[in-house]
Design a protein around this ligand. Structure first.
Ligand SMILES: NC(=O)c1ccc[n+]([C@@H]2O[C@H](COP(=O)([O-])OP(=O)(O)OC[C@H]3O[C@@H](n4cnc5c(N)ncnc54)[C@H](OP(=O)(O)O)[C@@H]3O)[C@@H](O)[C@H]2O)c1
Length: 323
């Protein structure tokens, strides 16, 4: 496993990190399997784990807390997120910051998360949604300063709305944000246009999420794949999205080198950006942990392949199924 600097936080984080969204209780997740997947990750050198209060109303935070407790001798970084008070994903400029992240709500959930993680201080606390119309509002900045001054968090970050990578740049410029979490993968390359240069200039850590496009870049979905009701993927991979996605996945399979798998190529693509500090992969299955963590070996993609992958960029707009 290779490690990179997470912006100015001072954390040295594993290039491949572990996302707990899939462990929040939707179909197909099994807590025992999740615990084993998390432990295997830590044993293979992963030291950064991303969860959120909203992942099962504290459930994923608790699973991560168990992992931290069992591995007290090692430094594992825990990142979690404050849910929007109005429970609306994504945020928009029609929402008032006072209805989404009022100070007492943020402080209350920071406390709940600390309890579930079993820590005095959260390594990285993020807002789960963001709208940049709030950037100049002192309320959130004062809350972040208070959390840091009281030693309740080490670093603060924003998780940006799906396919809105520039909707956060003004907040980054305030100096109050240490990290940004953004969707970045072979399809969703727009963060490299403006967000990454801004993060480079301001030394902000970039956490690239959804590197496998929620699983399509795992290469196992077919036109007849269905997911049970209540499984988030049933909505995301509805027919309006599944079929166009699979056409693009087929085009990628056609250029995947013989000695490489599609998910390996997808993760190597994300890591090819020096601006990415770590990429969070959702992994519940042990074989996925083993396969994905191996990718962090310092070997870059061939320049011609990387250039070819840039041509597979797919700029998308939010749709009812993507929220
Ligand atoms: N708003 C936000 O802040 C937000 C939103 C979304 C995600 N996130 C974070 O980002 C993390 C990653 O996103 P994600 O989990 O939604 O999507 P993802 O990492 O792009 O894809 C995860 C899916 O890919 C499958 N997979 C993993 N490795 C594979 C492999 N080698 N071959 C084939 N399939 C593979 C997983 O299966 P198994 O689970 O069965 O192993 C899972 O179904 C989340 O867990 C969460 O921490 C944050």
């Amino acid at each position: 496993m290779k490690y990179r600097k997470l912006g100015r936080t001072g954390f040295e984080v594993s290039e491949i990190s572990h996302g707990l969204w899939g462990m929040s209780g939707w179909t197909g997740s099994n807590d025992e399997e999740s615990r084993k997947a998390l432990q295997l990750s830590a044993d293979l050198g992963c030291n950064f784990f991303d969860t959120a209060w909203a992942y099962g109303e504290g459930k994923s935070d608790r699973l991560l807390g168990e992992l931290l407790h069992k591995n007290r001798g090692r430094k594992l970084y825990a990142a979690s997120k404050i849910p929007p008070k109005n429970r609306k994903w994504p945020a928009s400029s029609s929402d008032a910051l006072e209805d989404v992240f009022p100070a007492e709500h943020v402080l209350k959930y920071a406390d709940c998360i600390r309890k579930n993680l079993g820590v005095e201080r959260i390594d990285l606390l993020q807002f789960h949604v963001w709208d940049d119309s709030w950037a100049g509002n002192e309320m959130w900045m004062n809350t972040v300063r208070k959390l840091k001054a009281e030693g309740l968090i080490a670093a603060f970050g924003l998780s940006l709305n799906r396919w809105q990578p520039n909707n956060g740049i003004r907040a980054l410029e305030t100096g109050c944000v240490d990290t940004v979490q953004v969707i970045y993968n072979i399809f969703d390359q727009a963060p490299a246009d403006e967000l990454f240069p801004c993060c480079k200039k301001l030394d902000i850590g970039v956490i690239a999420r959804v590197p496998l496009d929620e699983g399509s870049l795992g290469g196992k979905l077919t036109p007849t794949t269905t997911f049970p009701e209540g499984d988030w993927r049933a909505r995301y991979f509805c027919s309006a999205n599944l079929l166009p996605t699979l056409q693009r996945v087929d085009a990628l399979k056609a250029i995947t080198p013989p000695a490489m798998t599609l998910p390996e190529m997808a993760l190597r693509f994300v890591l090819s950006s020096p601006q990415v500090s770590t990429t969070i992969v959702g992994m519940r299955k042990l074989e996925n942990v083993r396969e994905n963590l191996k990718v962090s070996d310092g070997r870059p993609l061939e320049p011609a392949l990387l250039a070819g992958l840039r041509g597979h960029r797919w700029d998308r707009k939010a749709a009812p199924w993507s929220a």
